[in-house]
Design a protein around this ligand. Sequence first.
Ligand code: ADP
Ligand code: TRP
Length: 321
Amino acid sequence: MRYLSGIQPTGRLHLGNYFGMIRPAVELQTKGEAYYFLADYHALTGAAASGQLPGLVQETFLDLLGCGVDPEKAVVFRQSAVPEVHELAWYLSTVTPMGLLERCHSYKDKVAKGISPSHGLFAYPVLMAADILLYDADRVPVGQDQKQHLEVARDVAGKFNDKFGPVFKLPESIIREEAGVVPGVDGQKMSKSYNNTLEIFAPEKELRKAIMGIKTDSTPVESPKAVEGSTLWGLARLMGTEGERAEFRARMEKGGTGYGDLKKMLADMVLKEFAALRKRREELAADPKKVARWMTEGAAKARKTADGVLARVRAAVGTKS
Ligand code: ADP
Ligand code: TRP
């Protein structure tokens, strides 16, 4: 079984990224072959200012390693280490119906948020399909918001196979329903583009401050607090031991604990949950040589796999052999 997933290097990783995508990916790296990459080509469709990309790739690479992605177990690389992904994206784009891309929510959402409606942004799902198919991936762990992109990848792979013969396996998504959508400090989906994130590797003081700033309603201290649908529970339910979660929930339900105290409890739970990860990231940040070596090795392994698949694709479409 081959697992593959990618994440855009667009800023510091947050709790939504972790529970929605990174933790499942870390668990899978020991269950089969795993390919994890930084989608730096995809990141160019976003709002990052020019010149920021190398730093973002470096930081996100460290964030991933800190979270437990292990280059000794998984093939970890940056997308642009294998630029041939664009060759495959082109072949795929010739069999991708316009209507399929026009229906993609992500494009419409991003344009609505003010991201420039470039051709790159529109064609994003085709490049994503190429990312997956270039490495013969069977399963793709992603957050819920990427489900439609996975359906596009399957559709496009099927269309390619119909036209050129059985070249690709049809990839399937793995979506952890229990993580659901992780709420941000304002109660909306946690997302960099909403400025409502809790960054896993932010300094402790900053992280505590952000948690203390979580929006709550005006229920008085002594009254029971609404649990389901609340941001505090939406985060606490993902953290700590079963006992700690039960205690948190009971305090909300019983009343007598104010939101300030609940937030302090949550901050402690978050810091405890991520303490080992934060330590690992610090250690790796102090060893840039090792990190650079992993990045190079990952790229070489990814390229080897991609070369094999691309040879098959070129033979099928009839381009250079
Ligand atoms: P952002 O919305 O902050 O830009 P990305 O789109 O880069 O995040 O998401 C990277 C991965 O993390 C995707 O697989 C996505 O589904 C997952 N993810 C992001 N935010 C959340 C969230 N709030 N809840 C669950 N998963 C999320
Ligand atoms: N679109 C994904 C996101 O924004 C990132 C991504 C790019 C990806 N290529 C991929 C995820 C291939 C899984 C497989 O989160």
